[in-house]
Design a protein around this ligand. Structure first.
Ligand SMILES: *Cc1c(COP(=O)(O)O)cnc(C)c1O
Length: 391
């Protein structure tokens, strides 16, 4: 069965053929997104059909962009636990606090969801060489799925990235290039080399399929909360794929009649050392200016400029959400608070969502009985350097 309709540019609306290899829209260089025939899909699948399916992202395969299941690359990604964080909630005086814990994904982060789908689709399209700029987690995820697919991966990371990420990429057989600069500089080098060599650029939202993998987080919180979406989702925002992806999932499920029209308020959390989206949100802008000298211990948030800035800002506003910053010391404090109360060892980005929640609860932006989902986007095990004094 096939439910994909076409690709469509999120900015100018240009439609594109699904059978062709695309990066961004040729007319305006903005992201293409996958459009499904939801009317047709609604007739052939019911949410109850999902109950007996496998515990991976592929349980939602009708809403994922692969034509032939034979091209599916699976390492057990997705269907991560959603915990009711009772002890943490008690400490903060909030009963309805939940943590979606992405640390059990392959390579230890939710980047596996996006890469599982994007590398599978790349394989389906006959691509053999793939590259990505990364602050660690996208690189390890791409390297692992490329290994499984028998493809060659090229990863570009800032030279101050934690060594554990470099070692894992090397172990998976990827070619690692360390760049003197930020993720944006890595992106430039990766793109240049991709153009010269014919490699396929897998940068966030510069190809249409990683977001499709990440949107499964939205399906999962709906299914795990018995098809009643939470009031608030708190998300650590770098490139914004997860935030935009979940919103896309909420809209698709609404069209399928799986959830009601009332969707969560989306909260984008950034660090005060790199907050281009928060600044643009606060200044009521539709796009974000690049952040100069990005600096934070939360590597996944060290993204000075996002190609999908306009989509992130649109989603936050449409959902009646908010964007706010937290400090590195709040992040470290919350990292410990989650660990000691819930037995979850989070990444700093995940800890940032708790710091944001605390602030919003104090300001009563989040009300007493509201259901709140925090995202721990990765395992703390890749960030052990934060616990040692030497840099
Ligand atoms: C990439 C990453 C983020 C940011 O995710 P986006 O969807 O690109 O905004 C957050 N946390 C971790 C651990 C990451 O690796």
């Amino acid at each position: 069965m096939e439910f994909i309709s076409h690709l469509q540019c999120a900015q100018c609306g240009k439609k594109a053929n699904y059978d062709t290899v695309w990066n961004t829209c040729p007319a305006c260089s903005k992201p293409f997104v996958v459009i499904y025939d939801l009317k047709k899909l609604k007739k052939s699948i019911k949410k109850d059909d999902l109950k007996t399916r496998e515990p991976t992202i592929w349980r939602y395969h009708e809403l994922l962009p692969l034509l032939d299941p034979a091209h599916r690359l699976c390492l057990g990604e997705g269907w991560t636990p959603l915990y009711h964080a009772r002890r943490l909630g008690q400490t903060l005086g909030h009963t309805e606090l939940y943590i979606k814990d992405e640390s059990s994904n392959p390579t230890g982060s939710f980047k596996a969801r996006g890469m599982a789908v994007a590398v599978s689709r790349a394989k389906e399209l006959g691509i053999k060489h793939v590259s990505v700029p990364s602050l660690g987690n996208a690189a390890t995820a791409l390297s692992a799925y490329a290994a499984l697919a028998g493809m060659k991966a090229y990863v570009f990371m800032p030279k101050d990235v934690p060594k554990s990420f470099i070692m894992q990429c090397v172990a998976y057989g990827a070619k690692v290039e360390l760049v003197d600069g930020t993720i944006t500089d890595c992106g430039r080098v990766a793109e240049q080399q991709a153009r010269d060599s014919g490699r396929f650029d897998m940068s966030t939202l510069k190809e249409p399929y990683r977001i499709e993998g990440k949107k499964t987080m939205g399906f999962e919180i709906a299914e795990q909360m018995n098809w009643e979406l939470p009031d608030v989702v708190v998300y650590p925002t770098g490139g914004g794929t997860g935030l935009i992806g979940m919103w896309k999932a909420f809209e698709e499920m609404e069209n399928l009649g799986w959830v009601k029209a009332k969707k969560p308020r989306m909260v984008a959390v950034q660090s005060d050392g790199c907050a281009p989206i928060v600044r643009a949100f606060t200044e009521n802008k539709e796009t974000a200016e690049p952040w100069l000298k990005p600096q934070t211990i939360a590597d996944g948030l060290r993204v000075p400029s996002a190609i999908a800035d306009f989509m992130i800002l649109h989603t936050i506003r449409e959902s009646k959400g908010i964007a706010l910053t937290v400090t590195d010391s709040e992040i470290m404090e919350c990292l410990q608070l989650i660990s000691t109360t819930q037995g979850i060892f989070p990444c700093p980005e995940g800890a940032a969502t708790l710091a944001a929640f605390r602030r919003l609860r104090e300001q009563n932006w989040i009300k007493d009985k509201e259901k709140v989902v925090l995202f721990n986007t990765a395992s703390g095990l890749n960030y052990l350097h934060l616990w040692f004094k030497t840099p």
